[in-house]
Design a protein around this ligand. Structure first.
Ligand code: STX
Length: 318
């Protein structure tokens, strides 16, 4: 077997800044790689997860001109953890605005996890703006996925961590965990808000790698990260991401002509493989990579290898 591919070396952006997208929101962006090279945009997960320096390293800096940004309310975007005017369709409009500011007609769209949801929503709305799609950890943001992750399913595989997740919620509210958390995450009491945010965020941190790692999990308990991540995820899922059930799968016909790679780990907990499999069946032209020994995170060895091969392969298609 050939050697697994890893990230490109650490790199600083050649430009950073903020874009005012209206509704009081300012988005922080980074531009990385070679100005004028093949345009691409990176869509992070969560929603509410923000970008990190490692995300810059998924693309060959010599062959890409990459834009990364923190979606509304998270990372360094402001207002921090803000939920007003923060919906899937605001984010789709933000991507179009950023494309215009970057001055490119079309670009490659890369999205992992919630980023794959957003990439599908964007591509199905603006198919003519997308040259290729690289999708990892397919997520349709559907009621079946919320039930599996926040109600019953992953609870049976991680009963130890599940106990910590349900701890802030009284028994008589546990029949609807997303609603019960919403109450606390939007509470006027900052202590209650933070306690809920930490528990919500740690549930995800502790269940997304095939083999959980202490340092990685601890990052999810950090106050600023946890508050934005938990509040924004919960807000989106409470509102079913402003999508019709199965909308993203139904509308695959709008994007089937776009070259695409789909990468998914068999033991992905938040984003069960069933959805990636359904997408593969609906979109047989897309290059489907099922990674047998992996969970959800982009940094897992088999997943990362497939992602690096995909961005490299598409770099050559300009
Ligand atoms: N949320 C899945 C998701 O998009 C249900 C996601 N999970 N973890 C992340 O994103 C980060 C690693 C970005 C925090």
């Amino acid at each position: 077997m050939s050697v697994l591919r890893g990230l490109y070396p650490p790199i600083d952006p050649y430009d950073t800044g903020f874009v005012d997208v209206g509704d009081g929101h300012r988005l922080r962006y980074e531009r990385v790689g070679t100005p004028g090279a093949k345009p691409a945009v990176f869509l992070h997960g969560g929603p509410g997860g923000g970008i990190s320096p490692d995300h810059r390293r998924l693309f060959d800096p010599a062959r890409y001109d990459l834009l990364l940004f923190d979606q509304r309310g998270c990372g360094q975007s402001t207002p921090h953890a803000g939920l007003d005017a923060n919906t899937t369709w605001h984010l789709v409009a933000d991507i179009e605005r950023l494309r215009g500011l970057m001055g490119v007609r079309q670009w490659l769209v890369f999205g992992g996890s919630w980023g794959s949801t957003l990439a599908l929503a964007y591509a199905q709305t603006h198919p003519d703006k997308v040259t290729e799609l690289v999708l990892r950890g397919i997520y349709f943001a559907s009621p079946a996925e919320y039930r599996w992750y926040y109600q019953f399913g992953v609870s049976e595989i991680y009963p130890d961590r599940w106990d910590d997740f349900v701890a802030p919620i009284p028994e008589n509210e546990r029949h609807d965990m997303v609603a019960a958390y919403r109450k606390r995450l939007t509470s006027d009491d900052p202590v209650e808000r933070m306690k809920a945010a930490r528990a919500w965020s740690l549930w995800e941190g502790g269940t997304i790698k095939l083999v959980p790692e202490g340092d990685f999990i601890a990052g999810f308990a950090e106050d600023e990260f946890a508050l934005a991540f938990a509040r924004i995820e919960n807000h989106y899922f409470y509102h079913r991401a402003w999508l019709e059930d199965d909308q993203l799968l139904r509308d695959v016909s709008k994007i089937r002509h776009i070259p695409a790679t789909i990468v998914h780990g068999r033991y992905d907990m938040p984003c069960p493989l069933r959805n990636a499999w359904a997408l593969h069946k609906a979109w047989p032209e897309a290059d489907f990579r099922l990674i047998e020994a992996a969970g959800h995170a982009h940094a897992e060895p088999g997943i990362l290898d497939a992602l690096m091969r995909a961005t490299d392969a598409y770099a050559a298609t300009r």
